[in-house]
Each structure stands twice: as C-alpha cells, then as structure tokens.
Design a binder for this molecule. Structure first.
Ligand SMILES: Cc1cc2nc3c(=O)[nH]c(=O)nc-3n(C[C@H](O)[C@H](O)[C@H](O)COP(=O)(O)OP(=O)(O)OC[C@H]3O[C@@H](n4cnc5c(N)ncnc54)[C@H](O)[C@@H]3O)c2cc1C
Length: 297
C-alpha cells in the first residue's frame, strides 16, 4: 500500500519545525528516521497532510554528560548511542538495551527521540528511560517543559507530547554508584520486537540490602510498566534467590498483557516472571554495597 498524499518540508532549524507545527497543528507529523512512521503511513494508520522532516537537524544530534547526567539530543541516531563509549562506560543498561533494537540498518537511520516519542511499550529505549528515570525536554508554542518518564508514556503509542510540541532532549541520570543493572528480553528471532523483557537497577546499602530497586517490564502493559509492588517487596531485603523469586512473582501478578498470535496473555505473564527473575538475579550478581566501592568511606 502507498501513503495518502502529503506535503513535505525539511526543517532547517528546530525553531522552523516548531513554527510549522504551530501553524499546521494536528494536520502535521514530525518525521525523524521514518522507521516507525513510514510503515504507519504505508498502512494508512497515519494520514498527516504535512510531514516536517527533522531527521537532519544537527543541533539536536549529540550525546554528552553534564553533572552525572547523560544528555541525548532527539535526532541522535540509535547507532550513535550504540557506539558511544560514554554510554557503554557510564550507562551499561542503556548500552545493553540499544543492542536489542531491531537491526543495524534500522539503528543507523532510526533516532533515539523517534523511538522515545513513538512510545511503543515493546520498544527497548522507552523501557530503559523508565527504569533509569529519564526526563524528557519538549518544546512548543508556550516554551519548554520537562516531563518525567512516568508521566511521559501515557498509553500504547501515545506520549505526553502535544500536537504542537517536539521532543528536544532525553536526560538520563546515572544509576547510584555500585547499583546492579540488567536488561533482558526474549524474541523468537534477534531483531524482532520482544515478546517480553525486564530491566532492573538494584542499589544496595552498606549491609548489602536492597534500597530503592527499580524494575520495569516490557510489553507487559500499554506503557513501560514499573513493577512498584515488587520494588516495595525488595526494600530492605537481602537479594537472595527466594526474595528475588517472590518479587518476580509479584511483578508478573500485577500485569495483564495483551495476547496475540505470537503468545497469549498467560504465556506473556509467565515470560514476564521468568525474565524479571533473570534480570533481578543478574542485577544482584553485579551490585556492590557502597563501602565495597569506596564511595562512602
Ligand atoms: C523491521 C523493523 C523492526 C524494528 N524493530 C524494533 C525493535 O525491535 N525495537 C524497537 O525499539 N524498535 C524497533 N523498530 C522501530 C525503530 O526503532 C524506529 O527507529 C523507532 O521506533 C522510531 O524512530 P525514528 O527516528 O525512525 O522515528 P519516526 O519513524 O520518524 O517517528 C516515529 C514517531 O515519533 C514522532 N517523532 C519522531 N521524532 C520526534 C520528536 N523529536 N519529537 C516529537 N515527535 C517525534 C513521529 O512524528 C512519529 O509519530 C523497528 C523498525 C522496523 C522497520
């Protein structure tokens, strides 16, 4: 199928993209890497009258670190994130997540901002943003605003970005020192969208007990799902197998994933439990208490 007719403008500057958005409103769509939007146009699931191409806005293509926070411009290609030493050294969970996204050809064109704005609960970067408590900066007619990951992902393929707004930057704080980190997923073929997945950040206190563990499940709900009940269950507990298993059970019991031809709801629930336990176990194995890293001495 071919897309419905549309006009096309390549924005030369972020301000121009915002002006075009402000005048076209709901009629316009931003085009970044096109790896999700173009298939949607072809299937006529989206019929914008105007495409505003922001894919070559160099001003929004960067990866930097400021005060312990990773800052990623929205048009940064996914492949740049994958190759970044800053990311692999300081944000290992993000580095793990990006390796699971699609195929190299898609990552070389697809943007970080496009994946986050697309808000697919089966996508890796939204899950990483959720568990790492990222903050998204968006700009629109009334200026800039910052949105927490919890508020950003509203429902399936819907974010908190308004029709006249554009995502500018994703800011990702570093995980606490010594925190164990893990990102696991399962798909039938590498590069396919995952049938399930789990990401964990596990800080420990000086006695080696869990403090402020974060768990996000993938493909489990219409948004990346923070498993708060499981997180609470782990608070103050030593990360031993029985406790981790109970937490994985609690995480799976809070979700009601939608089934499809690739796996029904009960299969996906069981998969979520297994992957959550795998991620928790891996995070526990890599976590070190603060006194062991020398930070609190
Ligand atoms: C065969 C195939 C397999 C794939 N497998 C995976 C996978 O396993 N995991 C995964 O995560 N992804 C996968 N993808 C999707 C891919 O990662 C996309 O690149 C990504 O979802 C969208 O990024 P994009 O830059 O291409 O955005 P686009 O397709 O250009 O845009 C996507 C949406 O975001 C909006 N948008 C883009 N940029 C902005 C912005 N700055 N501000 C506001 N709105 C914006 C657009 O208007 C559009 O609605 C796959 C894609 C294909 C074609």
């Amino acid at each position: 199928m071919k897309p419905a007719p549309f006009d096309y403008v390549r924005a030369g500057h972020p301000d121009q993209a915002l002006e075009l958005l402000a005048s076209a409103g709901d009629e316009a769509k931003l085009l970044a890497g096109g790896q999700s939007l173009i298939p949607m146009l072809n299937f006529r699931l989206a019929r914008p009258a105007l495409l505003i191409d922001i894919g070559r806005l160099g001003e929004l293509s960067y990866i930097s670190r400021q005060d312990g926070t990773l800052r990623i411009g929205a048009t940064t290609r996914q492949a740049q994130l994958e190759r970044s030493k800053l990311v692999s050294d300081g944000w290992p969970l993000l580095a793990r997540a990006i390796g699971w996204v699609a195929h190299p050809q898609i990552r070389s064109v697809g943007t970080v901002g496009g994946s986050v704005a697309h808000a697919d609960p089966a996508a890796e970067l939204p899950v990483a943003c959720s568990v790492l408590e990222a903050r998204m900066t968006v700009a629109g007619r009334s200026g800039k605003r910052e949105i927490s990951a919890d508020d950003f992902f509203v429902t399936h393929l819907t974010s908190a970005i308004e029709a006249d707004e554009m995502l500018l930057e994703i800011a990702i704080p570093a995980a606490p020192d010594g925190a164990g980190q893990s990102f696991v997923e399962y798909s039938r073929r590498h590069g396919d969208f995952a049938l399930g997945g789990a990401a964990v950040v596990m800080p420990l206190d000086a006695e080696g007990r869990c403090v402020g563990v974060r768990i996000t499940l993938m493909t489990a709900a219409p948004v990346p799902w923070r498993a708060r009940t499981a997180e609470k269950l782990l608070e103050g507990a030593a990360p031993e197998l029985a406790v981790l298993s109970a937490a994985a059970e609690a995480a799976a019991s809070e979700i009601n994933p939608t089934g499809d031809i690739h796996g029904d709801s009960s299969y996906r629930k069981a998969l979520a439990r297994t992957l959550c336990l795998q991620a928790l176990t891996e995070a526990a194995a890599t976590a070190t208490p603060p006194n062991a890293t020398g930070m609190d001495q």
